[in-house]
Each structure stands twice: as C-alpha cells, then as structure tokens.
Design a protein around this ligand. Sequence first.
Ligand code: ATP
Ligand code: MG
Length: 407
Amino acid sequence: MQIYKVGGAVRDRLLGKPVTDIDWVVVGATTEEMLAKGFRPVGADFPVFLHPKSGEEYALARTERKSGRGYGGFTFHASPEVTLEEDLIRRDLTINAMAEDDQQNLTDPYHGQRDLEARLLRHVSPAFAEDPLRVLRVARFAARYAGLGFTVAPETLELMRQLSESGELEALTAERSWKEISRALMEDQPQVFIEVLRECGALKVLMPEVDALFGVPQPEAHHPEIDTGVHTLSVLEQAARHKQPLTVRWACLLHDLGKGLTPEEEWPRHIAHEHKGLKLIKAVNERFKAPKDCQELALLVGEYHTHGHRALELKPSTLLELLQSFDVYRRPQRFEEFIAACEMDARGRKGLEQRSYPQADYLRGAANAARTVAVQPLLEKGFKGPELGEAIKRERLKALKAYKEQA
Ligand code: ATP
Ligand code: MG
C-alpha cells in the first residue's frame, strides 16, 4: 500500500500556513489489511480508519457516484485498484486535490499548485455539483483565504449558482450546514462567506432573511453606508477584527433582520425593527439548529441592541429592565457578549469604525451597580417570596439612579 498526505495539509504547507490536522489517503489496500495493521474503522459508510497511535484519519482511495438527493445519495467504491488520481478527482477544489508522499513529492493532476499561485478557488470536475455542501465549503475557503487574495473562479461560481437554483441546497441537513456556517463565521473575513453565498444565489435559499437586507436603506445620518446588507457585512467584519466568539458573530449577522420587513413607504426609517425581527431570528436559529448560546444571544441582541446604543439616555427603570432581561446577576458573560455585539454594530458603519463606544463601559458599570445590592440585609428585614423580589428590585433601582447621577 502507498500512503499519501492529502487535502488541507498539502494545501496549507504550500501556502506556508500552519498545518493542524492531517488527512491521509491509502492506495492499494483493503479494509482487512488496514484492520490487520491495527487501524480502527470509523463510521459504517466510509472506508475511513483512525491510526492506532496518532488518531489521524486514513481513508482508502475511493470513487463516488451520485445516486440520489442530498448527502446520503452517494455510492462509494473503494478497492485496491482505485488510483490516487481517481480519488483526487472527486474532491471539491483543485487546491484541495493534491497529494504528497513521505518525500514531499507532489501529485497534482488537477493543477492545484497553479491555482494556489493564481489565488483561485476552482472546482476539480463537473462532479462538484453532486454535493451541495461544496457551495458552503467554497464560500468558507473564500472567507479564510480572502486575506491572501483568493477569489472564486468564475466557472466555479457559475456551478455554485446552478446548484443554488436547482433546489439541491434544501437537501442539506441542519447539522452539516451549521458546521460549515459556524466554521466560516470564525474565519478571518466571515463577511466574505456571506458575500460569496449571496453572489451565487445560495444566501437567498439558505438565509433569505439576510439576503433581504440588501437594497434596504437606513437613514444616512446614522448609517453613512446606507444599505442594511452592507452594514451587516461590516458588523461581521468588525466582529472578526475584534476576535469576537461565535455567539457574538452569529448575533451580529442576525441583529437587524427586522429591517427587511419594513414596508418601503417607511424607508429609510425602521420603526420597531428590533421586535419585528425576533420571529425571523428564531426561524434562522431553528433552521440550522444553532447551539443554545448562539440562539439566545442572537435573540437578545436583536431585541435590545438599540437599548445598548442609547444606554446613556436610558431611564434607570429601563436600564433595570434591560439588566433583568439578561439576568446579569447569574449570566455576566452573556451580558458582556451583548455589549460586544452592540459595539460591533456601532463600529460596522462606514467611516465610524474607529469611533469610541462609551456605552460599553457605562453598561458594565450599571451591571456592577445593580449587582452590589445585597440580598442578606433584606432577608434580615423579613422579606420573603415575591415581596423579597420586589424589595431587591427597588434597591437595584436605587443603585442605578445613584449610578446614573454620578456617571
Ligand atoms: P480544513 O483546513 O478546514 O480542515 P481541509 O481541506 O482539510 O480544510 P477537510 O474537511 O478536512 O478540509 O477535508 C479534507 C479533504 O477532503 C479536503 O481537502 C477535500 O479534498 C476533501 N473534501 C472534504 N469534504 C469534501 C466535500 N464535501 N466534497 C469534496 N471533497 C471534500
Ligand atoms: Mg482537514
């Protein structure tokens, strides 16, 4: 048997990027031979094994044939006769379809190295269209390598467009989509992921609520960039620049969905968009079965981001309601993430990226003021049950009034 490094490890070495996980392909071997060498099989569908020591993935060279819709709709054929070239041709991008032996001799039948130099994300063969997940993968790689100057080859974008129009994207499971979306959002330029999806028509299928924001104007005085879609991309860009976690990036992407529902007659104003957007945020959350912390933060940021921006003008009672909604006493981290998302929203405006955001410290101070209210003295005064709750609230309100006065 011959063993080769494939995929990301080869690509990233040639790019001079750090290689984290290595995928291997094994040519000329049978399952029985792999098991005899101590490899552990993974999954029933794929001829993939884990190395007994390193735990890295070793796949038998295989060919694939489309046999139905979606990801289940594949037949695999792995045998010792399948060549390296046959295995590589079923891969998504030319830059992912290179292999390397232990002497670093490159096998590159589909010109991945040429495309690396040309900074092009190009599909290997027309079989690209057989797995709709590849649309998301290409957009994700575009987000990752945009900083190096990579773009999607026009003919690949055209295939992605056809795939998006064919209805095949709808066959993707929430789990597979979320895995790509969440990884893409954590890349250096997550806004490029959304841009590429939009360009090929996939955004309209996957997240019509986000797609609808493009072409929707906002008041120029607050939003020099005007377009809500452009604003959303900038907010995401800021979130990545400020190294925000996934929860914050997800909330940034969805925070303004309500603006897509405003009747044109009301443009460029968006009255109550925060509240109107909640059902859309919920729908997107559920469509991709986003993790609970992402879902929660997106809904909270959607509902309260304007409160965040107006923090210094809020009445103590409104401030208290805000803090209660976030349960800042038990969930301090989540409130920090809310503040971060608000700040990214404020910075995601043309020409205002560097402007300071005093609301952030003000909100932190308010949370601290409310938190200093001690329960023990109230218990000692004999308050219990709902009365205790009311008494705590009154004390917190007092603390917030004092805070606002001295701020
Ligand atoms: P990463 O750095 O994100 O791990 P990668 O290129 O190694 O990038 P993997 O998901 O680890 O991506 O997959 C390894 C290789 O398997 C890819 O480089 C590609 O050749 C192939 N591959 C993975 N998923 C697909 C797919 N859906 N369609 C076609 N080829 C795929
Ligand atoms: Mg990999």
